[in-house]
Design a protein around this ligand. Structure first.
Ligand code: GDP
Ligand code: MG
Length: 441
């Protein structure tokens, strides 16, 4: 894919504006990338349409070419969608906190129960694992092994004592946890190979019996396109609050993450990356976005291009700021344009003593103001721009006429400029800008 995009890039390079054609060309590649990552088709369609919309409204970047800019928008959007509303586990006000795991057979629920137990123990909790999968003959045994590895207790029906009902086991486990002072209960449930009504009803019954604080939907990242139907079925049948993606150590590109998030609107909370208990982490939207797009090189390139551009501009501006001398109206205009455009420099200015005021001024200028200021300055002669002192009565009138503003506006601009210049001078006398080329002389 990277190769294909590189060719799109070179054909688009050197154009200054995001045209519909630019957007469409890149959007086609993005669409293919998402489908290759196994994002479900309806989700791809929605997502690409959304990104195109955003790209059309986007301000043109000077650091990136149009294709790179579209890819950046896609990446940012992916991170935003995958990471929207990420949240931690909600603990109950009155323990125990009850977590219930739901999902297809083989999704990784039982393994996850062990991982969660280990993770919770590390944070000082005392979890109890509850075996409510009574379908598979060795399921209880498997959970006990997990619990042992995690150093956690397990609650399971005694063989032959008549407790064969998972709903009853779940209910009793809560009483047990309260008695034994377990502050978190993790309920492992049965799954089937496909979605079936009995499975859903059982899970819903368990849910009703224990009223979990969190129902976590466990889904295998390798499931790909099927993620949509499975997630929808569990959403309708049981309902869930968060998602755990498993088997991310496999070669799946992780399109399931986007599909599930898009279809259910529920946050992806954890990621499972192996069979060992420590192969488990909070979900990282940026990593997943990169994995889905599979444009590592391009994303790195974009990051570098942006950084280099920012640094070059920052250095240029800093040297002018620092010198104070020779600060002209052209510089004034350029600075305003730049500071408005560039977040990082804005922050930098805010951190410099004496510059807070300047930043205030700049922040107050909106785009329309800026256009007017630009028009006024462009109506001046080069001599007037570099030596604004000479801008007096008749010159002011001429400039006002030329730029279609009132003489008062010209006056205000000149006053503003002198204020800024004074500030520059004060700064250059008082201090240099540490680490910046062209600093203190
Ligand atoms: P359950 O049926 O939902 O309880 O799934 P299990 O927890 O029994 O997991 C099914 C299989 O997947 C087991 O062989 C696990 O070892 C394996 N498994 C679970 N999570 C992961 C994971 O994140 N990565 C890998 N590679 N295997 C996993
Ligand atoms: Mg299981």
């Amino acid at each position: 894919l990277s190769d294909r995009l590189t060719s799109v890039f070179s054909s688009l390079r050197a154009k200054g504006r995001l045209s519909d054609a630019d957007i469409d060309a890149t959007a086609r590649e993005i669409r293919i990338a998402l489908l290759e990552a196994d994002v479900a088709l309806p989700v791809v369609k929605d997502f690409v349409a959304h990104v195109k919309e955003r790209a059309r409204g986007a301000e043109v970047s000077q650091a990136l070419n149009p294709a790179q800019q579209v890819v950046k928008i896609v990446n940012d959007e992916l991170i935003a969608i995958l990471g929207g509303e990420t949240r931690r586990l909600r603990y109950a006000k009155n323990p125990p906190t009850v977590l219930m795991l739901a999902g297809l057979q083989g999704a990784g629920k039982t393994t996850l129960a062990g991982k969660l137990a280990r993770w919770l123990r590390e944070q000082g909790h005392v979890p109890l694992l509850v075996a409510c999968d009574l379908q598979r003959p060795n399921a209880v045994q498997q959970l006990s092994v997990m619990a042992e590895r995690a150093g956690a207790a397990v609650f399971a029906p005694e063989p032959g004592n008549g407790v064969g009902d998972p709903v009853e086991v779940a209910r009793r486990s809560i009483e047990h946890a309260t008695r034994q002072q377990h502050d978190v209960v993790i309920i492992d449930t049965a799954g089937r190979l496909g979605i079936d009504q009995e499975l859903m009803r059982q899970a819903a019954d368990i849910r009703d019996a224990v009223r979990p604080d969190e129902v976590l939907f466990v889904v295998d990242a390798m499931i790909g396109q099927d993620a949509v139907t499975t997630a929808q079925a569990f959403m309708d049948g049981v309902g869930f609050d968060g998602v755990v993606l498993t088997k991310l150590d496999g070669d799946a590109r992780g399109g399931a993450a986007l599909s599930v998030r898009h279809i259910t609107g529920r946050p992806i909370m954890f990621a499972s990356t192996g069979e060992k208990l420590e192969d488990f982490d909070a979900f990282h939207p940026d990593r997943m976005a990169g994995r889905i797009l599979d444009m590592g090189d391009i994303l790195t390139l974009i990051e570098q291009a942006q950084k280099t551009f920012d640094e070059a501009e920052a250095a240029k501006m800093a040297s002018k700021l620092a010198s104070g001398e020779g600060f002209t109206l052209d510089d004034f205009l350029e600075q305003m344009m730049m500071v408005r455009k560039m977040g990082p420099i804005k922050n930098l200015l805010g951190m410099m003593p004496g510059m807070g005021q300047m930043r205030e001024q700049i922040n107050q200028v909106d785009d329309k103001d800026l256009d007017r200021i630009a028009a006024i300055i462009r109506s001046m002669t080069p001599g007037e721009r570099s030596e604004p002192k000479i801008i007096k009565g008749s010159r002011r009138e001429r400039i006002a006429r030329g730029s279609g503003v009132t003489v008062t506006e010209v006056n205000n601009l000149v006053i503003r400029f002198f204020e800024a210049q004074k500030m520059m001078k004060r700064m250059s006398q008082g201090m240099g800008i540490p680490g910046m080329p062209g600093g203190r002389r």
